[in-house]
Ligand binder design. Structure first.
Ligand code: AP5
Length: 211
């Protein structure tokens, strides 16, 4: 399996880019946030546990996330190129991937952008309730207000995109990110992208990196 991980703050555009890539190329987009939100929607035990953390902007415990991702990756075909969006978020999660010969990370791509822009992106974000496609009220609006361009589903605000929760998520991101950056830098797998530019420009850079 080929594994590329997207690192970066909440709102840096990881989901937007991974979705664009998986729509045009043969990548498998795996978002731990989407998996957890689906579990919440379905009312599973995992969903119930995750909700208590996600609503406050906290991380779901490593033991739960590592089990979840191992399980999910083991169900994929060995020749697939997977874009991991939202995992790893801690060094313990990165080590868990590294400890298995079949889940070695090929490259870690860090999406870089300043915090004030992230707050604007997240509080303005809207997502499709049905397929998860992200939009932005100002930058990337849906063609018809409140309706998803892709599936016609209802476009709503995520419960963790209110400003107080966004600030907590950013705080947690900064407390964990340096460890991850050091981890992948030491392994010479880290690449950085400035994502303070239009989504199409970021996409072009990513396509080059993923060739
Ligand atoms: P998750 O869903 O992964 O949230 P996140 O990492 O906080 O990332 P986001 O989805 O908020 O942002 P994004 O980078 O994907 O940005 P997007 O493309 O949407 O996780 C949610 C929660 O689940 C966590 O808080 C945690 O509780 C839990 N969790 C998940 N994984 C976990 C793990 N491994 N361990 C522990 N807990 C875990 O873009 C944002 C907005 O900007 C959109 O409106 C978009 O339209 C717009 N936009 C995108 N690109 C551009 C651009 N270039 N220019 C202008 N606007 C843009």
């Amino acid at each position: 399996m080929r594994l590329t991980v997207f690192l970066g703050a909440p709102g840096s555009g990881k989901g937007t880019q991974a979705k664009m890539l998986s729509q045009r190329e043969r990548f498998v987009h795996l978002s731990t946030g989407d998996i957890l939100r689906n579990a919440i929607k379905e009312g599973t035990l995992l969903g119930k546990e995750a909700k208590t953390f996600m609503d406050k902007g906290e991380l779901v415990p490593d033991s739960t996330m590592i089990g979840l991702i191992k399980d999910t990756l083991s169900q994929l075909k060995p020749n697939q190129h997977v874009l991991l969006d939202g995992f790893p978020r801690t060094v313990a999660q990165a080590e868990a991937l590294n400890s298995n010969p079949t889940t070695q990370v090929e490259q870690a791509i860090l999406f870089e952008i300043a915090d004030p822009l992230l707050i604007e992106r997240l509080t303005g974000r809207r997502v499709c309730k049905q397929c998860g496609q992200p939009f932005h009220m100002k930058h990337i609006p849906s063609r018809k207000e409140g309706v998803c361009d892709l599936c016609g589903g209802q476009v709503v605000q995520r419960s963790d995109d209110h400003e107080d929760v966004v600030r907590r998520r950013l705080e947690i991101f900064h407390s964990q990110n340096k460890g991850l950056v050091d981890y992948y830098s030491e392994k010479q797998k880290l690449k950085r992208i400035n994502v303070d530019q239009p989504a199409d420009s970021v996409q072009k850079i990513l396509m080059e990196l993923l060739k």
